[in-house]
Design a protein. Structure first.
Length: 277
């Protein structure tokens, strides 16, 4: 009989946030696959759990995935955990999950703490519809392109960011999305130094710039979606003018839309359709 792969969400800061079901699964599992065994050992020790641990940190995930699949085939139950939050959500784990599904294994979620949902819930922005982006590319040019693709998105946007890139990311957001977009920056959620900043991107950036040396910890950035008249709409209008300019020079509409969409990082189809209007 095949074993079961359990995806166990663990606390993002405050250890008291772990669920009773998560503790039960961790206690009863034959082995625990952890992103970083040293980090996870602190969690297990806190709750008095002594289990066999195997590491699947990012560079070894493909290799470890086969070992885990082998254990599942032998009937062992495996609990998969990341350093914090839910495995596979801006953390390693998705490779193992896909392999387990390919092999016909049962994969069971054990939900729990989530920085994404915690940040969104206290942002004060619309929670009816949202787009989870996670970490933006580290290079400024790629980051700007990614944000340009999101400039027209009407749903609330949720990002993760590291402290050493926080100010630069907010600066690019101010440039691409517009300084007047409402946003919230949530620091160290559920931890001792938890902090919430709300206002426009420009206001938050100004406040954080004053305390640049004190930036540390983990951040969730929540930004409101595009509203009519904000800078995101201007980006698209600018792109449309570029398309029309290329067409006047003799380039076909499809080729012009493709060229400009790649330059601005926006939908080729939407740009082409809008150019017909």
């Amino acid at each position: 009989m095949k074993g079961t792969l359990y995806l166990v969400s663990t606390p993002i800061g405050n250890l008291e946030d772990i669920t009773l079901r998560a503790l039960k699964v961790l206690k009863e599992a034959d082995v625990i696959a952890a992103e970083d065994t040293r980090h996870s050992l602190k969690l297990l020790t806190h709750f008095g759990l002594k289990k066999t641990l195997i590491s699947y940190w990012s560079e070894r995930e493909k290799i470890r995935a086969e070992e885990i699949i082998g254990r599942l085939k032998e009937g062992e139950n495996v609990a998969l955990i990341s350093d914090a939050g839910t495995p596979g959500i801006s953390d390693p784990g998705s490779v193992i999950v896909r392999r387990a599904i390919e092999e016909g294994m049962q994969v069971v979620p054990i939900p729990g703490p989530s920085a994404l949902l915690a940040g969104l819930s206290v942002s004060g922005l619309s929670t009816e519809e949202f787009t989870y982006v996670g970490f933006l590319p580290p290079r400024k040019g790629e980051r700007m392109k990614a944000l340009m693709e999101l400039a027209l998105e009407p749903r609330t946007l949720v990002f993760y960011e590291a402290p050493h890139r926080l100010l630069e990311t907010l600066s690019v957001m101010e440039e691409v999305l517009g300084a007047d977009r409402n946003a919230a920056v949530l620091k160290e959620l559920t931890k001792m130094h938890e902090e919430s900043l709300r206002g426009t991107i420009m206001e938050i950036l100004e406040r954080l710039s004053e305390e640049e040396k004190g930036l540390a910890g983990e951040y969730v950035i929540v930004v409101e979606g595009r509203k009519k008249g904000d800078k995101g709409a201007d980006v698209f209008e600018e792109a449309l003018l570029e398309v029309k300019g290329l067409m006047k020079k003799g380039m076909g509409r499809k080729e012009a839309a493709r060229t400009v969409s790649e330059q601005y990082g926006i939908s080729k189809k939407e740009l082409y359709d809008r150019s017909l209007e």
